[in-house]
Design a protein. Structure first.
Length: 80
C-alpha cells in the first residue's frame, strides 16, 4: 500500500505527522518540501487539500496541480 502525502513528508523528516503541525520550524519545512515535491500528480487533489489544510490549520481547496505550486510558493526554500 502506498503511503499518503503527509506520511511521505513525515518520514522524510523522521518525525510523526502531528509534529509537522505542532512545531513551526517543521511546519514551514514540510510546506517547502510539498512545494518542491516532484510528481505532485501521484497524489489526488483532495489529498493535497487535506494535507495543506492540516498543516496550516485552515481549509484549503486545490482545483489544479498548478494551483498547488503557486499557493505553496511563499513557503519555498528561502522565501520565508
Amino acid at each position: 500500500m502506498k503511503n499518503g502525502l503527509l506520511d511521505e513528508i513525515a518520514c522524510k523528516n523522521k518525525r510523526y505527522i502531528s509534529d509537522l503541525r505542532l512545531f513551526p520550524e517543521l511546519k514551514w519545512r514540510a510546506l517547502a518540501q510539498l512545494h518542491d515535491l516532484k510528481g505532485k500528480e501521484q497524489y489526488p487533489l483532495a489529498e493535497w487539500s487535506e494535507a495543506v489544510s492540516y498543516l496550516l490549520g485552515c481549509t484549503v481547496h486545490f482545483e489544479s496541480y498548478g494551483q498547488i505550486t503557486a499557493s505553496l510558493k511563499p513557503f519555498a526554500k528561502g522565501m520565508h
